[in-house]
Write a protein that binds this ligand. Sequence first.
Ligand SMILES: Nc1ncnc2c1ncn2[C@@H]1O[C@H](COP(=O)(O)OP(=O)(O)OP(=O)(O)O)[C@@H](O)[C@H]1O
Ligand SMILES: [Mg+2]
Length: 227
Amino acid sequence: MNEKNSIILKAEKLAKSFHSGSACVNVLHDASLCVRAGRSLSIRGESGCGKTTLLNLLSRIESADSGQLFWQGREVDKIRSSRLARERGRFMGMVFQAYYLVPELDSLGNVLLAARVAGIKPDRARAESLLERVGLKERMSASPLTLSGGERQRVAVARALMNKPQLMLADEPTGNLDEKSGSVVMDMLMAVCAEEGASLVLVTHNRAFAARTGEQFVMHDGHLFAE
Ligand SMILES: Nc1ncnc2c1ncn2[C@@H]1O[C@H](COP(=O)(O)OP(=O)(O)OP(=O)(O)O)[C@@H](O)[C@H]1O
Ligand SMILES: [Mg+2]
């Protein structure tokens, strides 16, 4: 367990550009960020400013062109690529805007999948209790195809928490939801992260949700500004 306030993720001057044909788009310029144990922060910014790109760099789903990234003090570049998915799966949980649930698996199977990816013995009781915690006790054996958007996103929150992550990265987790379901998912996400002691990095367009986090950042043209 991390000491309260200790830095669990540190990003230093991450830069990223994308090339297509002869065009080159510099998406991120020197983005630096620290996430502390048990704390939450939010990132707002207009569409296309680089928020998802930044989360993809923090989770090392994509690698930066330059800069350094540390997970729990360890330089992520030094983690062997064969170990990366496991290390990521044990350290962080991710909630994507588009849910990314597996339609062939039921809700419970989707939550248990997080453990398999991280090479952890699936703990069925924990998966069930998380689904119960997000209000889906009655929908454990439902296919994601039969769930509403808000329900899918709540399965995604349960899945992200499965391995007791120290860090939750959530990319517009309420972006596809109406105001009421969005509030339900947001309340759930903040409450469960607090209960589980997970830090939260929240990307959102919603100012009211952003204001509920401990630190607020705004991204503009690939630059990150503290508010
Ligand atoms: N794989 C890629 N190849 C080329 N360009 C990309 C790629 N991924 C992202 N981009 C470009 O990088 C910029 C930032 O994209 P990103 O998805 O990070 O924005 P965002 O802030 O998350 O936007 P939104 O709020 O709409 O989700 C955009 O101009 C996008 O077109
Ligand atoms: Mg995005």
